[in-house]
Design a protein around this ligand. Structure first.
Ligand SMILES: *Cc1c(COP(=O)(O)O)cnc(C)c1O
Length: 397
């Protein structure tokens, strides 16, 4: 039996929607992207959503919309995927990495508080595995540190403190205290990459909470300009007969979503409640089967929170990285694909070159040292999950 790690879950519904777009005569950013944005905003309980070609572009453009750049500092977690941090480098700001709390996947909030300076403009919390971070705690810290904040433009002044730009790449559809991921942080970006819960092959969306004194339509237009060369008219507007003329207001970027991608997303979003439900079922099977084993796993569901069930992260107690790699090899021999989330950023060449040292991130290192992620996706059958569980129990002995 071969068990894949995270294949895309594509049905005839997605295929029909893509074919409809291909036959329509309009394949790049147009009506389907606009409809997908509207549906995402409704789903997240926000006024607007912007769809771009990746979550990385969404986070980067959010930092740009906030006017963050050289001379500024942005803080994120050492225990995440590179994209949470690389976007800080893209805009030319200084990257500040904070260790996780002991035995936790979230930043150490005391260390976060200590890392805030007069130059800090944003914090990028990561809703790892689809579990929403403790934003009450984060906002409380930023309120307390408000006196240090030095806004340099209108949107920073209106927010009035360090901005929270969540990396919600895993967490589309997650909920905490009755609020959807997307209506909690100031800005939240989601990934629709092929391995994520909801996919458009590549793609992402950014949503934001209304900011008093900031016009949503203007902010939306700013994202449109950033994503399409700074061109005053989008491609659809330019095709109106006789309306050829446009201006370029700045030498901006190119990261728009196509209607082909959006059509996959429209079909996926319709199916999404059932997808979330199935992920919950699978997690329950894993949780129950691994009880009493030498395994620590995340809690995806509780009284006041429910994750998007993106990753089944486990920690094999008493094992080190070498031993876990051996378990991964044994699982592979049985045809089962597993993964590791994450090798902390200070262990990767790019971040070592920036001067980060894993010695300064002992908790993140400890989380990494015995981590194995089991397959979790909606193409997985109950029979396959049982096989993964049986094999995993054998391999960790
Ligand atoms: C996948 C991922 C991203 C990047 O998403 P893209 O859509 O590929 O840009 C960012 N952060 C985390 C934590 C991710 O897992």
């Amino acid at each position: 039996m071969d068990v894949l790690f995270s294949p895309p879950d594509i049905t005839e519904r997605e295929i029909a929607e893509v074919v409809d777009t291909l036959r329509s005569g309009w394949i790049t950013t147009g009506p389907k992207t606009k409809l997908f944005e509207k549906n995402i905003a409704e789903f997240c309980h926000t006024s607007k959503a912007v769809c771009l070609n990746s979550a990385t572009a969404c986070s980067e453009m959010a930092l740009r919309a906030l006017g963050i750049g050289p001379g500024d500092e942005v803080i994120t977690s050492a225990y995440t995927y590179t994209a949470s941090a690389s976007v800080v480098c893209h805009v030319g700001a200084k990257l500040v990495l904070v260790d996780t709390a002991e035995n936790s996947h979230e930043m150490d909030y005391e260390k976060l508080e200590a890392a805030i300076t007069e130059k800090t403009k944003a914090v990028i919390p990561v809703d790892l595995a689809g579990i929403v971070c403790d934003y009450n705690r984060i906002f409380e810290i930023l309120e307390r540190k408000k006196n240090l904040f030095r806004p340099t433009n209108k949107i920073q002044r209106k927010i009035g403190r360090v901005a929270v730009v969540a990396d919600g790449a895993h967490a589309f559809g997650a909920v905490r205290e009755g609020k959807k991921c997307g209506e909690i942080a100031d800005f939240t970006s989601f990934s629709f990459h092929a391995v994520k819960n909801l996919t458009t092959a590549e793609g992402g969306a950014v949503v934001w909470k209304d900011i008093e004194g900031i016009d949503n339509e203007e902010l939306y237009k700013q994202f449109m300009l950033f994503s399409l060369h700074g061109q005053s008219k989008d491609a659809l507007a330019k095709t109106q007969l006789g309306a050829w003329e446009y201006d370029i207001i700045a030498p901006y970027y190119k990261c728009n979503m196509t209607d082909i991608m959006a059509s996959i997303g429209l079909a996926q979003l319709e199916r999404y409640p059932a997808i979330l439900e199935r992920r919950k079922e699978l997690i329950k099977i894993y949780d129950e089967a691994l009880e009493g084993e030498n395994i620590q796993h995340l809690h995806h569901y509780g009284d006041d929170f429910s994750s998007s069930g993106h990753l089944y992260i486990t920690h094999v107690l008493g094992k080190n990285r070498e031993e876990c790699n051996e378990i991964i090899r044994k699982m592979a021999e049985k045809g089962i694909a597993t993964n590791v989330h994450y090798k902390p950023l200070p262990m990767l060449t790019a971040y070592k070159k920036l001067g980060f040292d894993i010695q300064d991130y002992p908790n993140a290192y400890r989380m990494f040292s015995n981590e194995i992620t089991l397959p979790l996706h909606t193409k997985l059958t109950n029979e396959e999950v049982e096989y993964v569980i049986k094999s995993f129990k054998e391999c960790i002995r």
